[in-house]
Every structure is written in structure tokens, then in C-alpha cells.
Design a protein around this ligand. Structure first.
Ligand SMILES: [Zn+2]
Length: 452
């Protein structure tokens, strides 16, 4: 098997000119191409089990290191990947801490959830839909990726320089609710009257000579313009958006995070041209924000990381689960089968799932919340009503890729987003919404957010 070649494409070295910046921030940034050299099985659509045929666009991992006036450092990592499972990330956090001193609670590891990227796994045993050779290739890629992400942060943390931070929010108009009501229940199709979060927050990092070092932006929409028919490796709309921003601002690192997008798809979708079109729309809006009036962001930057104990549904009996396998909706059958197996082995099922949540408080200017899982847009409304609407940035698809996190209402209504944990060990209970909001509220308090 070929080894993965890695190249640091762009590292920013600047001389440390003694200029006082507004917020006394220091920052460094770097990016690394993570396009697999060997075609890998793609991730995101269960029906697609073959490796990619071509590379439409290289995929990237990028980082932004920030150091506040107290000398505390944090790292934000963005990746053009579908998701990083919790058995893959511990080695990344450990490596970062060992080689840069940046602690686990100060790392926000995120993924764009592109459905046209490689499948990640550390499990040598082939799954039912992959050959042994394909599985070995995925494992080798995943192991190399762990080291690449550590190396990325290490490189960026060596080149910090004074910067100013500012932020603002625009709009992404193609974000569409994907839970359509039909006489036979909720199905995955556009629902123009359903709720989504169309905000497009953007953090601008500017050097003392006025150059843009990094632009970190977010859209709360699945990276699924490209569908299961696509076999070209691609970052989807967010990959195109990042490429456009980097072309327009040479030397800048364009970084993409995804918000509470669990129930949102791009509209329209289905072709590479449409993915490019959505990418151009995002890039135009990011450019408008970067060139307009943004709000300065000051430090210091206290951070907290904890887990929300999210309630799972009370355990069902084996006959009840067998009935779901036989007569239930397709999206519940996989977990029902896994739970039957666990119970037949005499093992017990968990009663909660511990989902990582972080809150970073930038002075009195901005609260950045990092939620794990595929969080649906109702959590934006619930979080806003708990801790206020303003100076708030809610990122999801970070820390842990455990499955969808539906609201209590979505659990009552049913549909794909109620499918439960990816590990098969349970379905979320309606109580999980309150569990999550309570944790976010407590952590926002601990981080020092002033509630409106
Ligand atoms: Zn998803």
C-alpha cells in the first residue's frame, strides 16, 4: 500500500513586530492537504460502498491557534471530513497536548460533514459493505490523519504573531429544512416552512499590517449537495466556499465549521454545479462580512469542557425490539438489531450518552459553544432562550460524532433524525433536550457569559 504523503501547503511565518493590538491576541494558522493517495470508500451514504473514482477537489485540515493576554492557547481545527468518531480523537488530543502544551479542553476539533469524503475507521475487521483491502486502506489513512492533525497544530503554534479579532454574522439562503410531513410520517425532503438556522457567523483574524490571516465561518447546513451518485472526492459546498475565499485573499486560511444542521439540507441539491453555486454564495457572503464593519473581539478566553448526560429511552424488551425490526421504520431497525444482540448476550444497555460540550467565552464579546453530534436546529432556539440571543455562536459537529441529537418535538414526530446512536446502543429520549440545555447553561455560566 502506498504511504500517504503529507505536505504543509501553507504555513504563515511573520516577524514579530512589536505593535499593540486591540485585544492583545496572538495567533498562528496552518493547513495541510488530507486528500488520500489511495482511493478510499466514501462516507455519508450507506448505499455507496465503493472507493472514490476521482478527485474533484482536494480536501484539507486547517487550524487556528489563538493566545489570549494571559498566555493561554486554544486550537480550532477544521476538516473536510464527514465526522471524527470518539475512538479516533483521543490520540489527536494526547499528541497535541504532548507536543504543544494545548490541553484537551482548549481544542475544538470539528468536521464539515462533507458526504463526499473518505470513510474513517480504526477497526481492522471489515464491515459488511467493504472489502478487506478497502478497510485496511481506511485504517491506514485514519492513523496517518491522527498524526497529521497533531503535526498541523504543532506547526501553527510555532508561528504566533499579534492579531486583531473581529466577528459578525451574515446569511446563507440555501439552507432548507429537510423534514417533510406526509400522510405516512416525516420523510427526508424539502420543507420550506420548517425551521432552520440561516445565520453565517464569521471570525476575522487580521495581522498588524492589515492582512487577513484567517477567516473562520459557519453554515448550519448538511454538506450534502452531492448525493449518493457522486464518486468524486470533494468538500461539497463548503470546500468550494473555502477555495473561493482563499483565492480572493491570498495567504488567508479559510476555515469552515458547521452549525446545528442535523435537520437541514442544501436547496437545491444533486449536482456538482449546484455545490459550486452554493460555495460561491457562501464565499460572497464571507467576503461581504470581511470587507464590512465587524465587531471587535477581546479576551481573555476562559474555556470549559464537560459532558452532557443525555437521557436514552428506557430499555425495550427483546420482543418489542423484534417488532421494530419487523414492522418499524427503516431508520430504527439497525439500532433495534444491535440492542437485541446486546440483550441476548446478557449485557446491559446504557441509560445515558455522555456528549462533550465546550463553551469558550471571548471577553464580554462572544460566546462560542461547541456541541458534539448532529444537532438539529431547534437547539439554537432552545439555547438562545436559555442564555440569550446575542454575542452567541453555536457550532455543532465537533468533539464527538455519535449520531443525531433530535429535539423532544422531533422525537415525538419521528423521522430519520430519531435513528439514535451510531454505535447502535440506544435512542435518545425526549428528556435529552433538557439535559443538553441544562449543561450548556451551566457551562456558559462557568465560562463567565453575561446572560441578557
Ligand atoms: Zn448527517
Amino acid at each position: 500500500m502506498k504511504t500517504l504523503t503529507v505536505s504543509i501547503i501553507s504555513i504563515f511565518f511573520y516577524s514579530l513586530v512589536p505593535v499593540v493590538c486591540q485585544g492583545n491576541w496572538m495567533a498562528g494558522t496552518a493547513r495541510i492537504m488530507i486528500t488520500p493517495e489511495t482511493p478510499l470508500v466514501m462516507s455519508g451514504y450507506a448505499s455507496r460502498t465503493k472507493p472514490f473514482f476521482s478527485v474533484k477537489q482536494d480536501i484539507w485540515a486547517k487550524t487556528l491557534i489563538l493566545e489570549d493576554e494571559t498566555g493561554k492557547r486554544v486550537a480550532i481545527i477544521t476538516t473536510d471530513l464527514v465526522g471524527i468518531y470518539s475512538d479516533i480523537s483521543p490520540a489527536i488530543y494526547a499528541g497535541i497536548e504532548e507536543r504543544t502544551g494545548i490541553q484537551r479542553q482548549d481544542v475544538l476539533l470539528t468536521w464539515s460533514h462533507t458526504h463526499s469524503g473518505p470513510r474513517l475507521t480504526l477497526k481492522d475487521k471489515p464491515s459488511s459493505d467493504a472489502t478487506e483491502a478497502d478497510t485496511q486502506n481506511s485504517v491506514a489513512y485514519t492513523k496517518a490523519l491522527q498524526e497529521q492533525l497533531v503535526h498541523l497544530v504543532e506547526v501553527a503554534s510555532r508561528s504566533l504573531q499579534p492579531v486583531d479579532l473581529s466577528w459578525g454574522s451574515g446569511v446563507a439562503s440555501f439552507v432548507m429544512n429537510r423534514r417533510q410531513r406526509t400522510p405516512r410520517g416525516v420523510r427526508l425532503a424539502p420543507n420550506p416552512s420548517g425551521h432552520v438556522d440561516r445565520s453565517l457567523p464569521c471570525l476575522k483574524v487580521t495581522t498588524t499590517d492589515g492582512k487577513i490571516m484567517a477567516a473562520l465561518f459557519q453554515v448550519a447546513c448538511h454538506n450534502t449537495t452531492l448525493t449518493q451518485n457522486n464518486y468524486a472526492l470533494c468538500g461539497d459546498y463548503s470546500g468550494f466556499a473555502q477555495a473561493h475565499v482563499e483565492k480572493r485573499y491570498p495567504g488567508a486560511n479559510a476555515m469552515f465549521m458547521i452549525g446545528c444542521a442535523g435537520n437541514a439540507n442544501p436547496y437545491p441539491r444533486g449536482t456538482m454545479e449546484i455545490a459550486e453555486q452554493h460555495g460561491r454564495e457562501v464565499a460572497r457572503e464571507v467576503s461581504r462580512l470581511l470587507e464590512g464593519e465587524l465587531t471587535p473581539v477581546t479576551g481573555p478566553l476562559p474555556t470549559v469542557l464537560d459532558v452532557a448526560h443525555l437521557s436514552l429511552q428506557p430499555q425495550k424488551s427483546i420482543p418489542e425490539l423484534e417488532d421494530i425490526v419487523k414492522n418499524g421504520p427503516s431508520w430504527l431497525k439497525g439500532n433495534a438489531r444491535t440492542m437485541i444482540e446486546v440483550l441476548k448476550n446478557g449485557e446491559t444497555l446504557p441509560i445515558t450518552y455522555d456528549a462533550a460540550v465546550s463553551v469558550w467565552q471571548f471577553g464580554t464579546d462572544l460566546t462560542l459553544i461547541g456541541l458534539s453530534g448532529e444537532v438539529v436546529s431547534g437547539y439554537v432556539l432552545a439555547t438562545q432562550s436559555a442564555i440569550g440571543h446575542q454575542k452567541l455562536w453555536i457550532a455543532a459537529y465537533s468533539h464527538d460524532y455519535f449520531g443525531y441529537l433530535p429535539t423532544a418535538q422531533i422525537l415525538r414526530d419521528g423521522g430519520y433524525e430519531t435513528r439514535g446512536l451510531f454505535n447502535g446502543m440506544g435512542w435518545f429520549d425526549e428528556q435529552a433536550e433538557e439535559d443538553m440545555i441544562e449543561t450548556v447553561t451551566r457551562l456558559a455560566n462557568e465560562a463567565g457569559r453575561k446572560f441578557e
